[in-house]
Design a protein around this ligand. Structure first.
Ligand SMILES: Nc1nc2c(ncn2[C@@H]2O[C@H](COP(=O)(O)OP(=O)(O)O)[C@@H](O)[C@H]2O)c(=O)[nH]1
Ligand SMILES: [Mg+2]
Length: 277
């Protein structure tokens, strides 16, 4: 979720470790011709029903929604989709988490009417909503300006900027939390993203935070084992969620086969296969 140019597609690309555009499918596994919808895509709009899948990681299916405030029809369609899919009993139709992108580019109006409306009116049952504060690097400019106003030269201001920038990020986070946490359906958590367009930024914190917000351990396993770029993350969850619990058992009672199976569930399918061989 998030307005046009909030950095939604970029985050999804990072999660799937690619710079390619996603393939788009309608809800019935038919491929949508990206050329035909290019105009609306460039404006940042997708049909929320459309499924976005990256070749680099077909395990994840995304829906992108860039509604603006003011369009009641679009908002209602989004709300219906979210409520409907949050309850779906079919695993492949169900949505499991919502990432809501809020860019930190206009610090005087980060939370707009669309955000207020979403977090006031759109309850998504057990589906956690994580707010992604994107484009935090836009705050570098503010930090430099602030320091130069204090009399620093530009070179010195750039040197000192990271510290001030960190503080500005925290101020933004606090302000947004203050606004959203007051509403009827506040988000579960917040993650700050900076410099995502460069390709280097990683999504470990987002995946961790999303996994921890999922209420079922089976779903946590699906999320963690489906990402294919961070083996440490698989290990961390296997140790903290599975191995740690089994440590409390009397050694003789640990069923090694079962434990191995449970541990393997945190790893990508290919790794599980090797383990089972
Ligand atoms: N400076 C900066 N630019 C970003 C960042 N993330 C994305 N962008 C750029 O912002 C533009 C919009 O991003 P996109 O992901 O297409 O937004 P969407 O419309 O929400 O899908 C693109 O030109 C991205 O390269 C970021 O963290 N920092
Ligand atoms: Mg997009």
């Amino acid at each position: 979720m998030g307005r046009a140019n909030a950095g939604k597609t970029t985050v999804l690309q990072r999660v799937c470790n690619t710079t390619d555009q996603p393939e788009i499918f309608d809800g019935n596994e038919e491929k949508v011709d990206a050329g035909a919808v290019q105009g609306s895509l460039e404006c940042g709009y997708h049909n929320i029903e459309d499924e976005l899948v990256f070749k680099s990681n077909p395990c994840y299916v995304f829906h992108e929604c860039g509604f603006e405030a003011g369009s009641e029809v679009e908002f209602d369609r989004m709300k219906e989709f979210v409520t409907d899919r949050a309850r779906s009993t079919k695993l492949e139709k169900r949505i499991h988490a919502i990432w809501y992108c809020i860019p930190l580019i206009e610090t005087h109006r980060m939370v707009m009417r669309a955000e207020m409306k979403f977090f006031n009116e759109c309850g998504s049952a057990h589906v956690p909503v994580i707010v992604l504060l994107t484009m935090a690097d836009a705050l570098t400019r503010h930090a430099v300006q602030k320091l130069m106003k204090k009399g620093l030269t530009m070179a010195d201001a750039f040197k000192e900027a990271p510290e001030v920038e960190k503080q500005l990020q925290e101020d933004c986070l606090e302000r947004i939390q203050g606004q959203l946490n007051e509403l009827n359906f506040p988000p579960q958590n917040y993650v700050i993203f900076t410099g995502m367009q460069g390709g280097g930024a990683d999504c470990e914190e987002l995946l961790k935070c999303t996994a921890n917000a999922l209420t079922e351990e089976g779903l946590q396993g699906l999320l963690i084992s489906s990402q294919q770029s961070n083996l440490e993350l698989c290990m961390e969850f296997a140790i903290m969620k599975t191995l740690k619990g089994s440590m409390n058992q009397v050694p003789g009672q640990i069923k090694v086969d079962n434990l191995a199976h449970e541990l393997a569930a945190w790893f990508p399918f290919e790794v599980c296969e090797i383990l089972q061989e």
